[in-house]
Design a protein around this ligand. Structure first.
Ligand code: OGA
Ligand code: NI
Length: 360
């Protein structure tokens, strides 16, 4: 089969998807969050009720072995997801000229675009990005004085009319779920439940609406090239088409995540990898596309404030036994460098978390 797509989309041979995805019984873990509907997360250092203890053991194993898991009984009303999915479909179905009215640019990376590159190969997708809570302007700047940097303002399309409300309601629910997951993860690191919450005071979380159209050369292109999410946590909703592949840590095989109605896929990002000093690693993932069906997904990127300095947590470091494996870095600068490099094709590798790894 030859290429029916523009060469900008064509992956190097070693990164192309195999003709058939690996279907396996041993996929990413499925975790039932219903214990959280009945018992609060213990925040006083007291013993957790048994249902919460076993939940913590599942979360710990999933973060350690995969960096990815799926959750059900998460408490997010299904109509919130239905509404934002409908809004997303309505938006991407608009004529191109209307979508271009809300397109992103180099100063403000929010809005519509269809030319994102992952590792300098173009992704077979179109996206709409929005920030969850608009920040007061000074907080949008990682470096004082860098006033050309990231003016983060949402660009709301006129159509469909229910778009903004659907996004705002969904976002609120995602924030609540994200804090619950953060507190669970903090406990699994042997820390107080709310140890990490302070980093999220002026958080810069994002929602991305992804639309992957059918692709004439799904063996050559990817919806999103292999990458790790740079933030703290990602909560992803996907429709029933399937296409998200996670790199299994045990053997490096790409494993397709099976769509489960009304579930969310959770993955730890680079920031949790650094905070935990590699106890948890963010996993590589990618999106395969297909010939027949378009696919929609909605990641919520739960990120700390842009001024946060990211480094291994003091409590997890011991100079002799467990030295820090990463140098500290500024989250806002990392974010900005990644956003700019994804915007256009560059000749150099874009910023990756291993660049901050200490030499041993
Ligand atoms: C992403 C991503 C996965 C998907 O946007 O970072 O990994 O299934 N998306 O769309
Ligand atoms: Ni991702």
């Amino acid at each position: 089969m030859g290429s029916l797509v523009d060469p900008a989309f064509v992956q190097a041979p070693e990164h192309r998807p195999k003709p058939t995805a690996t279907e396996t019984a041993v996929g990413i873990p499925l975790i039932d969050l219903s214990p959280l509907l009945h018992s609060p997360i213990p925040t006083d250092g007291g013993a957790a009720p048994p249902a919460i203890s076993s939940l913590l053991a599942e979360v710990e194993a999933a973060c350690r072995d995969w960096g990815f898991f799926q959750v059900i009984n998460h408490g997010v009303p299904s109509e919130l997801l239905d509404n934002i999915m409908a809004a997303s479909k309505g938006f991407f179905a608009l004529p191109a000229e209307e979508k271009w009215q809300v397109k992103r640019d180099e100063v403000n990376p929010l809005g519509y675009y269809n030319t994102e590159h992952t590792k300098n190969v173009r992704d077979w997708k179109e996206v709409f990005d929005l920030i969850v809570e608009e920040l007061p302007v000074p907080l949008a700047l990682a470096e004082p004085g860098a006033d050309e940097f990231l003016s983060l303002r949402n660009r709301w399309p006129e159509h469909p009319p229910a778009f903004r409300e659907a996004c705002e309601k969904y976002t609120k629910a995602m924030n609540e779920l994200a804090f619950k997951l953060l507190e669970l993860i903090s406990l699994t690191l042997g820390l107080p439940a709310k140890r990490l919450n302070g980093f999220f005071k002026d958080r810069a979380s994002f929602i991305r609406l992804n639309h992957y159209p059918p692709c004439p050369s799904p063996h050559l292109a990817l919806g999103v090239g292999r990458h790790k999410d740079a933030g703290a946590l990602t909560i992803l909703a996907q429709d029933d088409v399937g296409g998200l592949d996670v790199k299994r840590r045990s053997d490096g095989e790409w494993i397709r995540v099976k769509p489960i109605p009304n579930s969310y896929i959770i993955n730890v990002g680079d920031i949790i990898q650094v905070w935990s000093n590699d106890k948890y690693e963010s996993a590589e993932h990618r999106v395969s596309v297909n010939l027949e069906r378009e696919r929609f997904s909605i990641p919520f990127f739960f990120n700390p404030a842009l001024y946060v300095t990211v480094q291994p947590l003091d409590e997890l470091i011991d100079e002799k036994k467990r030295p820090a494996k990463y140098n500290a870095y500024n989250w806002g600068e990392f974010f900005k460098a990644r956003k700019n490099s994804n915007f256009k094709k560059l000749e150099v590798e874009n910023v990756q978390i291993y660049h901050f790894k200490k030499a041993v």
